[in-house]
Structures are given as structure tokens and as C-alpha cells.
Design a protein around this ligand. Structure first.
Ligand SMILES: NC(=O)c1ccc[n+]([C@@H]2O[C@H](COP(=O)([O-])OP(=O)(O)OC[C@H]3O[C@@H](n4cnc5c(N)ncnc54)[C@H](O)[C@@H]3O)[C@@H](O)[C@H]2O)c1
Length: 424
């Protein structure tokens, strides 16, 4: 099979570790032929890994898109605020686009990307990988097959894990809402996209509550310095001590993010200057660490969703209550249980269990690989209608995130249908 050739924009963590690695592992599916990245070390590392000659290495997407088309497709893994401008420029330049979530950080930005895609006739796929995991595909297959009858209520949770939350949403890229977006967008556009996809209809009404409960200045231990290594009095007992989190033996993600040189010495050397070395109670973070969303959908299904920072492990759960039975699943364990009510024998329901192996699947439970496979297959088959259907779902999922944030921030019920018109 001839691979789909693509340019990469943004050779950071996702560009290099997720999509770069997928291309190296699946050379008949995707091949990177050019890279745009301002950080010299990252750019050179990516170019070396993919054998990209110097004349196809650029310091920004602006420079790259000023060239004649370098490949049919573009993978855009820049940071959130960069998406709108770089995505529309890629489409105008003639690229079919695989764009990291969130598609943009404003409602208008999301709509604009869809508008430009349709105007230019280019395909866009947003990287919301849950839809492409074997686990959630099985959940949808069961719902669509009527295994539990008509879905009446859906209950979902996303449990981030406190160490992951502190890394990404306190010290890291997504801590400051103004620099990326609210948590319900930056973390949970996955879940909003997922529920919109599972139910096949848009929401009609949205409520939400949430707050920043722990990572605030008033919870700072007395005498804690700005950086953990500056002699913190609670260094031994604090679960978020940067020296312990980033300066140990392991250099696996998220530790890998703090320096290009992954050696222990190099990682320890930046702990007095890197944002990841900061005391979690003295950062500039504004993202909430707990949020609950309640929404009704156009088919009457009632949905509740909770994102929780303060958990030990990262995992997602789902329960779907139907007119004829119940489905429950634990995504990270790969277990889905479907139970059907049986007349006159309520204590002994018909039961079916699926065990989905996630081990082989790779990052995001196979969603990254599944998403890239879907994108390259649609391009190979010129199935743009399929990609456009997926884009419309992604748009509605993103708008649900914005609606939930408006409901939380303004403490009111949002009428999704009238305030977040999904027609462009
Ligand atoms: N789909 C998922 O599950 C998932 C998971 C994590 C992150 N993300 C998203 O992926 C995106 C990237 O996240 P990341 O953690 O890799 O961030 P990152 O900061 O590691 O990478 C972004 C890269 O873009 C580069 N960049 C900045 N300006 C540029 C320009 N003008 N031209 C080209 N490159 C430019 C930066 O130098 C950086 O290397 C974000 O939007 C994030 O929300 C998605």
C-alpha cells in the first residue's frame, strides 16, 4: 500500500511522540515529507527521524504554507491557540487536514474551520480519538444494535488522576484558561464529542457546575517557595513535589516533556526554571479541577458527565441505561457488561461481557492509531463525505463544551438549540 504523504506542523509532544511514531510504525499508511517547527532541537529531531531534507524543514507553518503544495495532507499538532489560523491557512493552501483537538478555542473559530473546509472542498478530521478506540466502538455497536433498547440515560466520568492534572492543567500547557481554553474544552472535548457521537443527535439543554478546589494560593503550605527545589518545608510529604515527580529514574511521559535531553541530570537541571518545577499552589492556573455537566439530548436522553482531577488513576467509565437493559463499561480495564432485563426474573438478567484488549492498541487505547487509519483510508478512497460527517459531529461536540462552560461560568441553563446553532 502506498502511504498518504503529509507535512507535520508542530513537532512537539503529540507531533513527535504520537503521529511521528505512528508513521514510523506504519510506513505503508502515513509518511511525513516536511516539517514546520520553530524549536530548532525538535525540528531537527523530527527531520532526522523521518529523513526530511533541509529544504523541507521550516521554522513556522506560515513559511511552509507559502511554498507550493508539499504533500496532499497536513497533520497539525500545534498548541490550541494556534489551531484556527494555521488550520485555515493549511486548507487555503490546498491541504487535507488532520487537526489536533480542540479544533479552536472559540465557537466562531470552530465554525470558521468547518466553513473554510467546505468552501475549499478540503477534508478535515479532528483528532478526537475516543471514537476510534476498540472499546467505544463496541459500546456504540451495542447501543446501535438495540442491545439495551432505547437509551434513556447516559452517565460518564473522566478521572484525570491528580498527578496528570497537576502536570497538564496546573503547571503545564492547559493551566491558564486564557492561553488555551476551559477544562471542559481542553480535556473534555473528547467526552463531549463521544457522547454526541454515541447518541447520534445534538443536545438541546445544558447545565454545569464546577470550581477550582485545590490548586489555589490559599492552600499553599506555609513557607512554600516558588519552585519545589528551593528548600520547600513540606518537600518530603507533598504529593506534587516536582523533584520527585520529574527528577527520578523514569523519563516516560509526562516526565519526558520537561526537557529535550531526557537524562536525569538534564531533567533535574531545569527544575529551578521550568514551569513544571513550580509549586502547584503558586502557579498562574485558572482551569477548574472539578466539573459536572448535565444535558438533555434531542432524543430525550439525559446525560450526566463528571471530570474529576483528584483521583489516583486515570480512567473513564460509562453507563447507558436503556428501555430494555443496562450497559456499563470501564474503558481502561477494557470491560463492557451488557445486561438485559428478563420478565419475571429481575435478579438474574441476561448478561454479556466483552473484554477489549487495550494492551496492543497503543496510545489513547488505540484511538490515535485508529484515527490516523480512518483519515488515511478516507483519503485513499476519496471518501470526503465520511470525513465531513465526522467533522459535523466534532463541531457539535466542541459547541457542547462551550455551552457547558457558559452554563458553569454564568450559572444558568443554556438552550443549546437556540444559542449554539450548529448549522453554519
Ligand atoms: N488528541 C489528544 O488526545 C491530545 C492529547 C494531548 C494534546 N493534544 C493537543 O495536541 C496539541 C499539541 O499538544 P502538545 O502537547 O504536543 O504541545 P507542544 O507544546 O508539545 O507542541 C506544540 C508544538 O507546536 C510548535 N509551534 C508553535 N508555533 C508554531 C508555528 N508557528 N509553526 C509550527 N509549529 C509551531 C511548538 O514549538 C511546539 O513544539 C494541542 O492542541 C493539544 O491540545 C491532543
Amino acid at each position: 500500500m502506498k502511504p498518504i504523504e503529509a507535512v507535520l506542523v508542530g513537532a512537539g509532544q503529540r507531533g513527535t511522540d504520537a503521529f511521528g511514531n505512528l508513521a514510523l510504525k506504519n510506513p505503508d499508511e502515513l509518511k511525513f515529507t516536511a516539517v514546520a517547527e520553530p524549536h530548532e532541537g525538535r525540528r531537527k529531531r523530527f527531520a532526522e527521524q523521518h529523513g526530511i531534507p533541509v529544504e523541507r524543514q521550516f521554522t513556522s507553518w506560515k513559511e511552509m504554507f507559502a511554498q507550493p503544495l508539499l504533500a496532499p495532507a497536513c497533520v497539525n499538532a500545534t498548541m490550541d491557540l494556534e489551531h484556527l489560523e494555521s488550520a485555515t491557512a493549511a486548507l487555503e493552501a490546498g491541504y487535507d487536514l488532520f487537526l489536533e483537538k480542540p479544533m479552536a478555542t472559540t465557537v466562531e473559530g470552530c465554525r470558521e474551520i468547518v466553513r473554510v473546509a467546505r468552501k475549499t472542498g478540503r477534508a478535515v478530521m479532528i483528532c478526537t480519538p475516543l471514537r476510534f478506540t476498540p472499546f467505544y466502538k463496541k459500546v456504540k455497536e451495542q447501543i446501535d444494535a438495540g442491545a439495551i433498547g432505547r437509551p434513556l440515560a447516559v452517565s460518564m466520568s473522566e478521572n484525570v488522576a491528580s498527578w496528570h492534572f497537576a502536570h497538564s492543567f496546573v503547571r503545564g500547557n492547559w493551566g491558564v484558561v486564557e492561553k488555551s481554553g476551559p477544562l471542559i474544552l481542553t480535556k473534555c472535548c473528547h467526552d463531549m464529542d463521544l457522547v454526541r457521537w454515541l447518541l447520534d443527535v445534538p443536545p438541546v439543554e445544558v447545565n454545569s457546575r464546577g470550581d477550582l478546589l485545590l490548586f489555589r494560593r490559599e492552600n499553599m503550605p506555609e513557607g512554600a517557595p516558588k519552585f519545589c527545589i528551593e528548600g520547600c518545608p513540606v518537600a518530603e510529604t507533598c504529593a506534587f513535589n516536582a523533584e520527585k515527580l520529574y527528577g527520578g529514574e523514569t523519563s516516560e511521559w509526562p516526565v519526558s516533556v520537561i526537557s529535550l535531553d531526557k537524562s536525569r541530570e538534564a531533567r533535574r537541571a531545569v527544575l529551578g526554571t521550568s514551569p513544571f518545577g513550580r509549586c502547584v499552589y503558586r502557579c498562574d492556573n485558572t482551569a477548574v479541577d472539578e466539573q459536572i455537566v448535565v444535558a438533555t439530548f434531542a432524543n430525550g436522553t439525559l446525560v450526566d458527565f463528571a471530570v474529576r482531577a483528584h483521583t489516583v488513576y486515570p480512567y473513564r467509565t460509562i453507563r447507558v441505561l436503556g428501555s430494555e437493559g443496562e450497559l456499563s463499561g470501564h474503558a481502561e480495564r477494557g470491560v463492557i457488561k451488557v445486561q438485559r432485563f428478563v420478565a419475571a426474573n429481575w435478579s438474574d438478567p441476561e448478561s454479556l461481557e466483552f473484554n477489549i484488549t487495550n494492551d496492543e492498541a497503543g496510545a489513547h487505547m488505540g484511538g490515535d492509531a485508529g484515527g490516523i487509519k480512518h483519515f488515511t483510508r478516507c483519503l485513499r478512497e476519496d471518501n470526503r463525505a465520511e470525513l465531513d460527517r465526522g467533522l459535523q459531529i466534532a463541531l457539535e461536540g466542541h459547541l457542547l463544551s462551550f455551552a457547558a462552560e457558559a452554563a458553569r461560568a454564568e450559572n444558568r441553563t443554556v438552550n443549546f438549540a437556540s444559542e449554539f446553532n450548529t448549522a453554519l
